[in-house]
Design a binder for this molecule. Structure first.
Ligand code: HGY
Ligand code: MN
Ligand code: MN
Length: 411
């Protein structure tokens, strides 16, 4: 039974709702990499693929992989996908839309008995958000063959190593190299914009020109815990007050430069009692910019500002450690052109725009020509349960992705 794009989009939207039920933190959607809920979501993805006769499996680094052969067995592959791990209290479209759209594209071809010039390699990456472990993008790094082995030793908040989590998930930490993909001609990712531009301009689709690079750091400020009532203000070494001044200095540095953004997303205070002056504050820093040099300058300036605040307040900046570094990626011109042609072919404007958010595409682009198709999201909201897209936009995005795959020719 041939599927129309509209019926495929309706099924895709329903699957996105179904996948959102796989969470470790109901009623919120939290599906951290290699968690129970990630495993169940991966199994559901594999079951959906199987319904269409498409064999899928979990690879050594925890991605779900499937292949829909081209006209000639062993033809070069167009790899399409996105991630199925989420942030905490997430929206249901970030990542999952692109992973399930890739499957839907192959299912549409299978339903019509069609084969393309290229094979389709479908991937649902397992670790794009980097919320459970400091080091991130391990799924796409595994495919691209650029995984750092030390990633396996890092621990989550509960002290579980990535190695043990991967083993329990069904990956194979001793054979990460086996996840490396070969025979790939290009990579394309459909993703929600996670920003307000397309909606503000009344456009359903956009083509990503470049993806901002990112640096993440973890900071530990140590002062001295003390009695909240008996300690005079001028004798205190309050770790939280110092951290708070640092947070505002980080924000001020980002505000001082166009297109630079910096975020402190998590802050934990010890010992955390109402009547104790905080002795220690741990927090994360996320710094992004379109170009790598301004980002690196901002990291250096922020480090210097934090040291100066620590000295003046008599506290110690015991740790300021980079935990993640991803260079910016300029999307491959041939992929950008192909996506623009596909967007025009489905009757939309070929609007190019940068991505402030990071994506697996920035890793895949280290090895293959890579690019991204954006779809409008309501209010530009993401990393928030209010994240949403319309079924119509889902349909036109799927149509454009399908058109891109149909017209794609391996170089
Ligand atoms: O943080 C990001 O940009 C992405 O959502 N992981
Ligand atoms: Mn994402
Ligand atoms: Mn995200």
């Amino acid at each position: 039974m041939a599927l129309t794009t509209e019926s495929q989009a309706r099924r895709l939207m329903a699957r996105l709702d179904a996948l959102a039920a796989f969470t470790d933190d109901p009623p919120r959607l939290t599906r951290l990499c290699l968690s129970q809920s990630h495993r169940r979501a991966a199994e559901q993805f594999i079951a959906w693929a199987k319904e269409s006769g498409i064999a899928a499996r979990i690879d050594p680094v925890g991605n779900v992989r499937a292949r829909y052969e081209g006209r000639r067995p062993g033809a070069p592959a167009l790899m399409i996908g996105s991630h199925i791990d989420t942030v905490r209290d997430a929206g249901r479209y970030d990542g999952a839309l692109g992973a399930l759209a890739a499957l839907s594209l192959a299912e549409g071809l299978a339903a019509q008995g069609r084969r393309l010039d290229v094979a389709l390699e479908i991937v649902a990456f397992g670790d794009e958000e980097g919320v459970r472990f400091p080091y991130t993008l391990t799924g796409s790094r595994g495919l691209a063959g650029v995984n750092e082995p030390e990633a396996l030793a890092q621990k989550d908040a509960g002290g579980v190593t990535m190695r043990d989590a991967l083993k329990a998930f069904g990956g194979d930490p001793d054979h990460l190299g086996a996840a490396r993909a070969d025979g790939v001609a290009a990579f394309v990712e459909l993703h929600i914009e996670q920003g307000p531009v397309l909606e503000a301009e009344g456009r359903p689709l956009g083509i990503v020109s470049a993806i901002n690079g990112a640096t993440r750091l973890s900071a530990v400020v140590t002062g001295s815990a003390g009695h909240a009532g008996a300690s005079p203000m001028d004798l205190r070494r309050d770790a939280l007050a110092a951290a708070a001044e640092m947070v505002l200095a980080i924000e001020a540095r980002a505000r001082a430069e166009d297109e630079l953004v910096a975020t402190v997303g998590r802050l934990d205070v010890e010992p955390g009692a109402v009547n104790v002056i905080p002795g220690r504050a741990r927090f994360t820093i996320d710094i992004r910019a379109p170009l790598d040099e301004p980002r690196r300058r901002a990291v250096a300036d922020i480090a210097a500002a934090m040291q100066a605040i620590a000295r003046r307040r008599g506290v110690r900046l015991d740790e300021l450690t980079p935990t993640h570094e991803a260079a910016g990626y300029v999307c491959h011109p041939a992929i950008v052109a192909g996506l623009a042609a596909a967007v025009v072919a489905v009757g939309a404007d070929p609007r190019l725009l940068p991505s402030g958010a990071g994506h697996d595409t920035m890793v895949m682009g280290q090895r293959w020509p890579a690019g991204m198709l954006f779809v409008r999201c309501k209010g530009g909201v993401s990393h928030n349960p209010a994240e949403s897209i319309s079924a119509d936009d889902c349909a036109i995005a799927l149509a454009a992705l399908t058109r891109f795959a149909e017209d794609f020719r391996a170089a």
